[in-house]
Design a protein around this ligand. Structure first.
Ligand SMILES: [Fe+2]
Length: 415
């Protein structure tokens, strides 16, 4: 097998654009296993009560004045006040911007950047879910690189170092606190623009499972399905390797064992901690192995309709599993085992089908829709969604090549 070249940047990510800095080995139909892998991770502070370390984490990065990015819900839940107390304990008084909305928009990033530059702050702290953390990263990118956030769409377009960042996730699904990804809604083209690159890896992730306890059930369900999708897509990705596999499978095991319990048994701290760890491990897996067709397609739906990212993933993932099973059925056997399925005596293609069914059952148990039409997608949207999917960086590491007709067929199957 041709070795994947080892170099800076996501070395096996191919963007379907004229500039293709990280070409895949040919043919592109097989996973790039057996080549070199690299593994980027931030410093991670993990555990019940870890938010108390946030001030010291910012101090380690040289903070004299932190800029906190959060949202109104977290302010109301009291987490901002607690964080401010911990920062005060470390001698820090923050400037706060709570402007990002779910599926953060390009104009919001411009507003946040202006606030950051006017504030004289020197470290950015994200306190929130994936939307808040992505917005915090985007502010950091534009503050140090100039221009407009969409100038940096694609792989390794961010060339100047961004301000130091500390990320404190408040949902169990994003992975953005450890990832080299940021996803921002392009309000003109009505799609989500994906930015990928080592410059986007936060310096420190402070993961405190306690912060998950104020999540509404629908957010816990959606973000849990997102984390499951991260684990599965990372495991079957063309860029997967032994260092990502272990975290991807463990994330799947934790999610299938604990996600339902976090909703049915409020106050179950063990299940909540499992989900925080699952989100973290899925993030460690997907930031290095990248993702696949589910995310490439989901980003387009999210840009068009501003619907919850994890819910869209939960609808699309079973269809993408069945599609990918034609190319790499054996990769779904460990996934099914991690889900708790007895796979003994079953051929791999049957196991893959069972894996897809387990995902559908979990989404249904969580009260999530099973069809894209329930989210507002119509037949009239399919061709546009299929076209824009081909421009998403996540499609490049899907284990089976998918052309426009394949993607359109997947969207129609999920309608
Ligand atoms: Fe995701």
């Amino acid at each position: 097998m041709t070795a994947v070249p080892l170099r800076a940047g996501p070395s096996v990510t191919r963007l379907p654009v004229d500039h293709d800095p990280w070409p895949l080995p040919e043919p592109a139909g097989a996973p790039a296993r057996g080549g070199f892998t690299k593994y980027l991770v931030p410093e991670v502070v993990f555990g019940w009560g870890a938010l108390s370390e946030a001030g010291f984490a910012a101090r380690r990065l040289g903070a004299r004045r932190p800029f906190v990015v959060t949202d109104a819900g977290l302010v109301e839940a009291g987490w901002l006040a607690e964080l401010a107390g911990h920062l005060a304990d470390a001698g820090l008084r923050p400037t706060v911007w709570s402007g990002p909305t779910p599926n953060p928009k390009d104009a919001e990033v411009a507003e946040g950047t202006q606030r950051y530059l006017e504030s004289g702050c020197d470290v950015i702290i994200g306190l929130g879910g994936g939307s808040v953390i992505d917005a915090a990263k985007a502010v950091a990118v534009v503050a140090s690189n100039g221009g407009h956030i969409l100038d940096y769409e694609g792989v390794d377009k961010v060339t100047a170092a961004i301000p130091p960042t500390v990320m404190c996730p408040t949902t169990a699904g994003t992975g953005a606190d450890v990832s080299q990804f940021a996803v921002i809604t392009d309000t003109t083209r009505r799609l989500k623009a994906t930015l990928i690159g080592r410059a986007l890896v936060p310096d420190i992730s402070v993961t405190d499972p306690r912060l998950l306890t104020t999540m509404p059930d629908d957010l816990a369900a959606a973000t849990g399905l997102d984390a499951l999708t991260h684990g599965i897509e990372a495991y079957v990705s063309r860029a997967s390797g032994p260092l990502t596999d272990v975290h991807a499978l463990h994330a799947v095991e934790l999610i299938c064992g604990s996600l339902r319990r976090t909703l049915r048994v409020p106050g179950d701290t063990a299940a909540t901690t499992d989900m925080a760890q699952a989100s973290l491990e899925a993030g460690l897996a997907f930031t290095n192995a990248i993702l696949g067709a589910t995310h490439a397609m989901s980003h387009q739906v999210g840009g068009l309709l501003d619907v919850p990212h994890g819910v869209v993933n939960g609808v699309l993932l079973p269809h993408v599993i069945r599609f990918n099973a034609r190319a790499v059925p054996e990769r779904f056997v460990p996934v099914a085992r991690a889900m708790g399925v007895d796979v003994s005596g079953l051929p791999a293609d049957v196991v893959a089908e069972v894996t897809a069914d387990v995902v559908s059952r979990l989404a249904a148990d969580l009260g999530c829709p099973s069809r894209l039409s329930q989210l507002g997608v119509t037949e009239a949207d399919v061709e546009t969604l299929a076209t824009t999917t081909l421009g998403d960086a996540c499609l490049s590491t899907n284990p089976r090549d998918a052309d426009r007709a394949d993607v359109a067929a997947l969207f129609r199957a999920a309608l």
